[in-house]
Design a protein around this ligand. Structure first.
Ligand code: ADP
Length: 274
């Protein structure tokens, strides 16, 4: 009713406006559908570990006479609880990157510090799989943005590289400056020798909750939110994230972000204006 009344009012102004309004309603409906999907997905993702915990707690009670079984069930409860914690943490991260304007407290951020932090975050997991991590080309590079969000983005890429690689492989992180007509960009490429991603999945992996292999992702504590967070952070910083991959050989995720100096230089003429 409301929409029709509005259409009738703007109709005399020309069909272009009506068209815009209709497009707007379609967009609103699309956003609503995405939101509903998201809530359904979150509910499902929460129910899985909660259901497992409930079954396991019953199993522990039933197995009270068998200490070995109790230890085994308790171990699995630990895994499910970790999964639940990861999921809640990533939901908090996602809502933070979607709601906070990252450029509000933007600053020049040292790329070598971001890289060191990302490597640190995965050290234990990489060690367990004897994965070698090596970084290069990051000295003297500065990106412009929100330190916490950028750390979360790069951390997710390195974590995935370790997660989706077999033992005794190598994860490389390479930084470089790329000149463009609109100022320098900083490229940070994370390369693994892991399972790779098929062409049909390459775009979809950036969607919230999309996983190529849900069982494998869950087994490693994955939530399917990591790359959605990375994509959001890249876009809100005026950058992008892309993926190159060869199935069975490995993947390279490349984060491109505005260089800190380039942003400062661009801002100067306006700052100096009378
Ligand atoms: P998850 O928590 O499942 O890792 P992400 O959003 O980080 O969620 O990634 C989505 C999916 O993309 C993963 O489930 C996995 O199938 C695929 N993926 C991400 N990174 C890699 C990688 N480096 N190598 C192979 N597959 C990957």
């Amino acid at each position: 009713g409301e929409a029709l009344a509005v259409s009738a009012r703007v109709a005399p102004l020309g069909s272009r406006l009506v068209l815009l309004l209709v497009e707007d309603l379609t967009e609103a409906r699309r956003i609503e559908a995405v939101r509903r999907d998201f809530v359904a997905n979150v509910s499902h993702e929460l129910k899985t570990p909660v259901g497992a915990l409930s079954l396991l707690s019953e199993a522990v009670t039933d197995a009270s006479e068998d200490p070995e079984a109790v230890t085994r069930f308790a171990g699995r409860m630990q895994i499910e609880a970790t999964r639940l914690t990861n999921l809640v943490q990533e939901l908090i991260d996602l809502s933070r990157v979607q709601n906070d304007d990252p450029l509000e407290d933007a600053e020049p951020v040292r790329v070598d510090e971001l890289v060191a932090e990302a490597i640190d975050r995965c050290r234990q997991q990489a060690g367990a799989k004897q994965i070698t991590m090596a970084a290069g080309g990051t000295a003297d590079l500065h990106v412009w943005g929100n330190r916490g969000q950028l750390a979360a983005a790069l951390g997710n890429l390195v974590e995935n590289a370790v997660n989706y690689s077999p033992a005794r492989t190598r994860v490389g992180i390479a930084g470089r400056r790329v000149p463009t007509p609109r100022g320098d960009l900083i490229e940070i490429a994370v390369t693994d020798q892991g399972i790779g991603i098929s062409e049909k999945d390459r775009d979809r992996v950036f969607e919230r909750f999309y996983r190529v292999d849900p069982a494998r992702s869950r087994a490693t504590g994955g939530t399917g939110l990591g790359l959605a967070i990375v994509k959001h952070v890249a876009a809100s910083h005026g950058g992008e994230v892309t993926v190159w991959s060869a199935e069975g050989q490995g993947s390279t995720f490349t984060l491109r972000l505005p260089e800190a100096g380039a942003v400062r230089d661009r801002a100067q003429p306006a700052d100096l204006a009378p």
